[in-house]
Design a protein around this ligand. Structure first.
Ligand SMILES: [Fe+2]
Ligand SMILES: [Fe+2]
Length: 341
């Protein structure tokens, strides 16, 4: 049974526990289907959270993704601030957030559309943390991890850049390329993040190592330790793929975003010797399924619809423009600039 904030609920949910008024009278029994009017009544009575009946797999349709995302951003902002001030990080809120994010990733078709809508509406570090968490959960699911591991991955994703709270703002917000000295300071976010988390009882070794190692690369070119291949922990390899993908598809102060198609292609081409091929392959194969049916803007300025994706070349689909079909696998001069929402 999952506890959900009232603000995240849509009418039609089935209650998992009785709801009482503050003076102990039964308002609505367990098993009831809640109407819009009843939700408003709960709000008037300051009932903030309810338990849902269904298993988590069925909860997605009852919860408003945008609200969950906004709440996740608020929680992320809060725990980053606490970490910055040297306060203890609140486990309860973070755990509840990741549980909600895990539920959101069941209905995958909508996920990337929703993430695109929410992007760029908040500071990069917070949206990036929530997106990396969602992508880690998605990859964990694609790799058939257990529910427990998927939640751990979601937590590792949400917390992976927590060490950035120790990086001075003028470096974090710098619009130009960093000097080598400034880059050394940024690199420390991996070790600082690890140190912030490693002693917490609800963070296990794999999760702490994911935070420490998410910038390590298989050929030893990463940081902070320059570890190679098998020495990089599995969770870290998953966070790395999610991190690279989200960074490429986001507008940041020092670089323009690229389309998800270009991002996946670059990620795949750059992954040899750097990212874990087992993970980038799954990501490359699966993510492109999301893009059939998207309206896209092509590099020749025409708009078209993605109608077919060849599994062998998923980033070079067939696009219908008017009555014509462009096969991007054959016409390599054309690329997809962006997805139009
Ligand atoms: Fe990072
Ligand atoms: Fe990151």
């Amino acid at each position: 049974m999952l506890k959900i904030k009232l603000s995240q609920l849509k009418p039609g949910v089935k209650l998992g526990k009785d709801i009482f008024t503050f003076d102990g009278n039964l308002l609505l029994p367990k098993g009831s289907i809640v109407s819009k009017e009843q939700l408003e009544q709960f709000a008037r009575r300051n009932i903030e959270e309810v338990y849902l009946w269904e298993e988590s797999s069925k909860i997605k349709s009852q919860v408003d993704f945008q609200e969950v995302y906004k709440d996740s951003l608020a929680v992320t902002r809060e725990f980053m601030l606490e970490a910055k001030l040297g306060k203890p990080i609140d486990e309860k809120e973070i755990n509840a957030t990741v549980e909600m994010l895990v539920c959101q990733v069941f209905d995958q078709n909508d996920l990337f559309h929703q993430m695109r809508i929410m992007k760029e509406k908040d500071e990069y570090l917070f949206t990036h943390s929530v997106n990396v968490s969602l992508l880690c959960i998605l990859i964990g699911r694609w790799m058939k991890y257990s529910d427990e591991k998927i939640k751990e991955l979601g937590l590792a994703g949400l917390l992976h850049d927590i060490g950035k709270v120790k990086v001075p703002d003028h470096i974090l917000q710098k619009p130009d390329t960093l000097t080598p000295e400034e880059f050394e300071v940024v690199k420390k976010h991996t070790i600082d993040g690890y140190n912030l988390l490693v002693d917490l009882p609800w963070i296990n070794e794999s999760m702490a190592n994911a935070v420490l190692m998410h910038h390590e690369r298989a050929d030893g070119s990463g940081y902070p330790l320059g570890l190679k291949g098998v020495k990089i922990n599995n969770y870290a390899s998953i966070v790395a793929v999610a991190d690279v993908y989200d960074a490429m598809t986001s507008e940041r102060i020092y670089s323009d975003k690229v389309s998800p198609y270009t991002a996946v292609e670059t990620l795949w081409n750059d992954s040899f010797g750097k990212l874990d091929p087992r993970i980038s392959k799954v990501f490359y194969d699966k993510i492109t399924d999301f893009y059939v049916g998207n309206e896209v803007l092509l590099s020749n300025n025409e708009r078209g619809l993605v109608v077919y994706i060849d599994p062998g070349q998923p980033t070079r689909p067939i696009i219908k423009v008017g009555d014509e079909f462009y096969n991007l696998a054959e016409d390599r001069s054309l690329t997809i600039l962006e997805i139009i929402d």
